[in-house]
Design a protein around this ligand. Structure first.
Ligand SMILES: Cc1ncc(COP(=O)(O)O)c(C=O)c1O
Length: 402
């Protein structure tokens, strides 16, 4: 376990035991796989320690013994967020457009409910972050898929097909994920231009989930849709620090929009649901992370890229006949293709779970059809990742020998 005062700043290869911390990744695995007897590489949190400035700020806040209702409508919230956007993305955010919210998925849910009626469609790229698909269906809306086309190097949108879908009278919302989970795609400024033009022309509201924005490693960097907002334009961006600093166990989020209807509706809805007050610990984490966490984020991205390159090399050496790995420009997730193996997803998942004893994101939960992929979370120490790769190899060796 972590000792108080340990500096995990750049020691990403420290092996941290997460047992007995109620971690979903470890202790909640049976929810997805009916067993906890596996090495987990599935859910998108990191096995890396949260950076020291945040841990220190949380400890310091707990020195004060009262943890009562808390307000976000002050500079302790606005200033760190504006600072981060300015210094990391050269993006200007103003207080009036910035609102706190309990979680990213809550924001998306309420935005969809405000913009659509039951039975109506919500447009999403496919593959899609699996919670988008379940959230749309749980709210009795319909998933309208806009499939990516993989050109061997990047996942591309078919903008003609996308525009046809936007022209439908019942099409009011496009739920964008940029950077994209699970593929790791980073949308270019040109792609965002085209997307925004099409949506504007056909009166489609863009809800942009940018939760993976701090893991963009290409030259262009993260292009936030905030830069495309005009007064009252139909765009909302939502994100949080959960992925960035591995603090998803402290629920919090925020959103940025210039759309008056959406500001009003989401504020009203948060009041109606009684969830308008932030977590006092989240506010301390936001301030510490956004004011003092930049170096750590740069270092963690270097580490993630090394891990991705390790997986790529491992697959080339041992699994090249069955797997294709594409190292993406963003996220800590690899979307690995097993189509050339010829095995079905059922066979592959059976071998991974029962023979390799390794839990990976199940591809078909990210699509509306069959899948030939699984998702591997590489944000862990090297020894653990190497053991995970050995287990994947064992699983495929077993399939080949069957
Ligand atoms: C794209 C995306 N959006 C949202 C979430 C969850 O965010 P929150 O916990 O704030 O609802 C995740 C978590 O994996 C994610 O990958």
């Amino acid at each position: 376990m972590i000792e108080k005062g340990d500096d995990y700043m750049h020691n990403f290869n420290a092996s941290i035991d997460r047992r007995h911390t109620n971690s979903i990744k470890y202790e909640g695995m049976d929810f997805m796989y009916d067993t906890t007897d596996m090495m987990p590489f599935w859910i998108a949190d990191m096995d890396l320690a949260t950076p020291q400035p945040i841990l220190d700020a949380l400890r310091q806040r707990l020195e004060h013994p009262i943890l009562g209702y808390t307000t976000w409508k002050n500079d302790a919230f606005y200033e760190p967020v504006k600072h981060w956007y300015k210094t990391r993305f050269n993006t200007r955010v103003i207080n009036n457009d910035l609102m706190y919210s309990p979680t990213v998925l809550y924001t998306i849910t309420e935005a969809i409910r405000a913009l659509t009626r039951e039975g109506e469609g919500v447009l999403v790229n496919i593959p899609s972050y699996n919670a988008f698909l379940t959230l749309i269906e749980a709210n009795r809306r319909v998933v309208v898929p806009s499939p990516f086309v993989f050109d061997g190097d990047d996942y591309k949108m078919d903008f003609d097909a996308f525009e046809s879908l936007c022209q439908r009278a019942d099409m009011k919302v496009f739920l964008l994920c940029n950077p994209h989970n699970p593929t790791g795609k980073v949308f270019t400024a040109e792609e965002l231009d085209e997307m925004v033009d099409i949506c504007r022309a056909h009166d489609v509201f863009i809800i942009a989930d940018e939760i993976h924005m701090d893991f963009v490693r290409n030259e262009q960097g993260h292009q936030s849709l905030i830069n495309w907002m005009k007064p009252d334009s139909k765009i909302l961006v939502t994100t949080c620090l959960g992925k960035t600093f591995n603090i998803s166990g402290i629920p919090h989020a925020f959103y940025v929009t210039k759309n008056r209807f959406m500001k009003m509706e989401l504020t009203r809805q948060m009041m109606a649901a009684g969830v308008g007050n932030p977590s006092v610990l989240a506010l301390s984490a936001i301030e510490a992370g956004y004011m003092h966490g930049a170096d750590w984020v740069d270092a963690v991205n270097d580490f993630i890229l090394q891990n991705m390159r390790f997986v790529e090399a491992y697959v080339k050496t041992y699994l090249n006949d069955v797997l294709t790995v594409h190292v993406p420009d963003a996220t800590f997730l690899l979307w690995i293709d097993f189509s050339k193996s010829g095995y079905s997803e059922d066979d592959v998942q059976h071998a991974l779970q029962k023979v390799g004893k390794v839990a990976l994101g199940i591809g078909s939960t990210y699509t509306v059809e069959d899948s030939t992929h699984f998702r591997l979370n590489v944000a862990c120490d090297h020894a653990r990742l190497e053991e995970g790769m050995k287990r994947i190899r064992t699983a495929f060796d077993w399939l080949k020998e069957r």
